[in-house]
Ligand binder design. Sequence first.
Ligand code: ADP
Ligand code: MG
Length: 314
Amino acid sequence: MQSYELPANAVEVSRLTKIYAAARGGIGKRALKNVDLKIPRGNLFGLLGPNGAGKSTLINILAGLATKSGGEARIWDFDIDRMPRQARAAIGVVPQELNIDPFFTPRALLELQAGLYGVPPRERRTMELLAALGLAEKAEAYARTLSGGMRRRLMVAKAMVHSPPILVLDEPTAGVDVELRQQLWAEVRRLNERGVTVLLTTHYLEEAEELCERIAIINHGEVIACDTTLGLLGRLDTKEVRISVDRDLSYLPAALERYNVELSEGCQLSFRYQASQSPLAGILATLSAMGLGVVDVSTSEPDLEDIFLQLTRS
Ligand code: ADP
Ligand code: MG
């Protein structure tokens, strides 16, 4: 007897390309360039990249909302070209823009969506979903009376009506306050713990770091890194320190060369190092031995920008 096997990867994308048609004779926009990506089943996976990187384009292709220009994509082992209906049934998408009809109640909205997906009334989980997302008491309220946070949660419930094994959230916390962000993260974690594979896009490094077990970094339509969060952080673990000294230097003292220090404006020393190395004490001791006084020290963690620079340089 053959047993039904679950796929190892919830999503598999290979050589995926998207070129948006040009407006009036210009060159088309290559929004995705030969993207390869595997999202293991059960993962909480982050697609991280700045605005315009191609995150929504990738997600919209998976969701069947945009057509690809080349390459292949499989969702839950269903090829999106050959088995589009099954592929679409396996995924629930919360889009970046929230548009909810203000005169629908949460219950009516979920019932309508279930109908669109052909979920028979007996199998609908409307109240269970509303309860799971903390909206049970608002089941009969007009959507226009819901807070921003409740609307987001309603969109998550809406994406789940057909019980897809994969939930995709496009920038779920963009422009959302800190408290609500924590709340959404908790809900996403809960769904993931119940076995749902989650793919979320974000341009916030902290969000990917806090929430996701694997992260792919995308920039200008290309995946430039894909690793476990820990693996990625290990690679990106640089800090930058600036030290102002009390005297103008005409050249970089030889004793500082081995620390990879740069001199600017005569009295500003800056250097980058791996947080695990921590050469700061050595540098300060060297300055002191040279009779230089320290006026100011400031450190900065790398932001997404630095990380991209670092990754695209190597
Ligand atoms: P992200 O979601 O990472 O911010 P998008 O996938 O929305 O990025 O966009 C990727 C690139 O494709 C951007 O340069 C964007 O301007 C362009 N783009 C997105 N949608 C369209 C469209 N419908 N027509 C033309 N260009 C588009
Ligand atoms: Mg987007």
